[in-house]
Design a protein. Structure first.
Length: 226
């Protein structure tokens, strides 16, 4: 199962990074490409490292988030190795592989993009390995997001408190392949949790052996009265 797990992780990382490199070096920040009308849009944006375009706490928050992600990746990797060696349910192995791939994908952005890319702006496209150096330091890169699915576009009724009259968009967050990988992995855990976490039932032969042992114990007890 190690080969399948590594294949899943490798394919996701390649797809994730190829798309991010292509977006980063060919589009300006905020630029859009309509793929499927207004339902599926490539929308280039960057964030400080959390999933679905969320940000966290400035420079020190970014560093803390990166260190946390490294620790999480390490824990997930060793957990994956354990469940593979102990031959756990395939659904669990696949889900953890997807989660690990997604975590590594976004970690690569955070760790290295500040070193290898110039800054993206609303008027200029980033350069790979610029002569003047990258826009940030190690662990301070920005995560590239681009997948946008505003399937429902409407507005809140005027009578709704606070947001009344504001635009309503579903699904609003912009994300990337790594985010999708993590989300799919979590969904697999939820959907197949009954199969993944149930206790293994004894086979028919094991059941017969247990019954024979119980019968022998009963006969032994009856032949040796106190």
């Amino acid at each position: 199962m190690w080969k399948k797990s590594l294949l899943i992780i490798t394919l996701i990382l390649i797809a994730d990074q190829v798309l991010k490199f292509g977006i980063k070096t060919n589009m300006t920040l905020g630029e859009e490409i309509n793929i499927l009308g207004n339902w599926f849009i490539i929308h280039f944006t960057e964030n400080e490292g959390m999933a679905f375009g969320l940000s966290f706490g400035g420079i020190f928050g970014k560093l803390a988030l990166s260190l946390f992600r490294i620790a999480a990746i390490t824990i997930i990797f060793f957990y994956l190795r354990e469940i593979i060696s102990k031959k756990y349910h395939k659904a669990l192995i696949i889900s953890i592989s997807l989660i690990l791939a997604g975590a590594i994908g976004n970690m690569l952005d955070s760790a290295f993009y500040g070193l290898i890319f110039s800054n993206s702006s609303y008027t200029t496209v980033a350069k790979l390995f610029p002569p003047e150096g990258g826009y940030g330091s190690f662990l301070h890169g920005k995560v590239v997001d681009m997948l946008y699915f505003p399937i429902i576009q409407s507005e809140y009724p005027a009578w709704v408190p606070i947001v009344g009259g504001d635009d309503f968009i579903f699904f609003r967050p912009v994300f990337n392949i790594a985010d999708s990988s993590i989300t799919i992995g979590v969904f697999i855990l939820i959907i197949f949790q009954g199969k993944i976490f149930r206790k293994n039932k004894p086979t028919e032969s094991e059941t017969l052996q247990i019954e024979e042992d119980e019968n022998l114990n009963t006969e032994s007890d009856s032949s040796n009265p106190i």
